[in-house]
Every structure is written in C-alpha cells, then in structure tokens.
Design a protein around this ligand. Structure first.
Ligand SMILES: [Zn+2]
Length: 238
C-alpha cells in the first residue's frame, strides 16, 4: 500500500507557527538581556565608592613621636634604653590608640605608620589643621640620665588644651598606677604650632628599669591606649 502523502500545510498556518516561535525566542532574549543588565548593574553598584555620613564624628590626629629623617641622614629613634626604642614603642601605642578611638566612632589619623614619617614637626600639626582635627595627641616616652625618675606627665601649651591635659594626667596615673608627675606647660614644636587642643603624653620613663619593663609589655600598651581613648571620649562628650 502506498503511504498517504502528508497533507500540505497552508502558507498562513506556517506563518502563524513561525510567529509563535519568534515570540518564544524574543521572550528568551529579553529575559537574557534583563539578567545581563541586572548583573551589570549589581557589578557597577558594588564597585561604586560608598559614602558614609561623617557628621559628629570627632577627628583625632595621633602623633607617634620621632621617626623623622634628620638632616645628617640619621633616623630619629627617640630615647633608647635596654634595647628598647621609644620610636617603636610609641608607634605600637599609636596604632592601638587609633583602633581604640575608631571603636568609639572617632576618625583617627596617624602622622606616622612605620619607622619613618615624611612630616616635619610643624608638618604634623599642619596635617591636623588640614583634616580639621578636633584634637592632636603626641605620644612619647620620657628619659633621664638617672634610672630613678619614673611616672607620667602630660604637656600642653595653649590654655585651651589644659582641661584635656589635666584629665589625661588624672586618668593615666590612676588607671595605670603610674606616678603622677603633674601636667606641665612644654614649648614643644607640635604644641606651639597646633591650632586645636593639643597634648603631648610622656607615658613613662624608658630609662627606669621597672617602667621600661612595663612599657615593653604589649598588654600594658593596650591598656594605656584604652585609657587615653576613654579620656579623649570623656573630654569630647563634655
Ligand atoms: Zn620623645
């Protein structure tokens, strides 16, 4: 038996089927384009710099003392006793203070983040002025030719800095059980050139064996950073 020839479809039916197929493909294409644009938009959005409100966040410039390249090509390491360098210990303290302040919502900027700073002494306070700092805190360790002197002193110059110096002096001597040597006016370049409240903390004597041992302990430096940050917060909140 001869197979029956397939009935030929009418041209209008063929066109209708082509239209349905075309619609299916254009729908798929549209979905694909939408997915691609969504992916592209997400990529752009995730790579766009995000902005955060800065309002009411106090700004501190933290100055780890020393670390300047001197004119004769030498590096200023500050006091050096018992194999400990003041510049290294205050750098560590400054980083801890920066973290402690940031945890309290502050913006904390360092004048040095390593062995060497590109800033001169007046350049450090110029930086503070440039960023609109609310406070400038210089960190140092004291030293004496005699091993006997010990204790903490906070220096200031401009009268507007005295309340902060007094508060820091009280908190550091009480909380860290350091001998209270009292606040002092000190004509340090960073204090003379600062145009905002500015203090210089001499946390202890590196030349005193007991105090050098404490200062060399990271746990002690972490405590000191917390005490300074808490005092700054207390002063700022007033
Ligand atoms: Zn110093």
């Amino acid at each position: 038996m001869q197979p029956m020839p397939k009935p030929r479809q009418s041209p209008s039916k063929v066109r209708a089927r082509q239209r349905v197929r075309w619609r299916k493909w254009s729908l798929l294409l549209a979905l694909l384009m939408a997915a691609l644009s969504l992916g592209l938009w997400r990529f752009i959005a995730s790579h766009r710099p995000q902005t955060l409100p800065m309002a009411h966040r106090p700004i501190a410039v933290i100055d780890a003392g020393h670390g300047a390249i001197l004119t004769d090509g030498l590096l200023d390491a500050g006091a050096v006793w018992f194999g400990l360098r003041e510049a290294d210990l205050v750098m560590d303290l400054a980083r801890r203070l920066q973290a402690a302040l940031e945890r309290r919502g502050w913006v904390a900027i360092l004048t040095r983040d390593g062995e060497v700073t590109p800033f001169s002494l007046s350049g450090r306070t110029a930086l503070a002025r440039q960023v609109g700092a609310n406070v400038f805190v210089s960190l140092h360790l004291n030293s004496s030719p005699s091993p006997k002197p010990h204790g903490v002193s906070v220096f200031y110059w401009h009268p507007e800095s005295e309340p902060l110096a007094a508060l820091l002096q009280r908190r550091l001597s009480q909380r860290l059980k350091l001998r209270d040597r009292g606040i002092q006016r000190g004509a340090f370049v960073v204090l003379l050139t600062a145009t905002m409240p500015a203090v210089l903390v001499e946390l202890g004597f590196l030349s005193n064996p007991q105090e050098a041992r404490r200062l060399s302990d990271p746990v002690f430096r972490a405590q000191a950073a917390e005490v300074i940050a808490a005092a700054l917060q207390e002063w700022w909140a007033k």
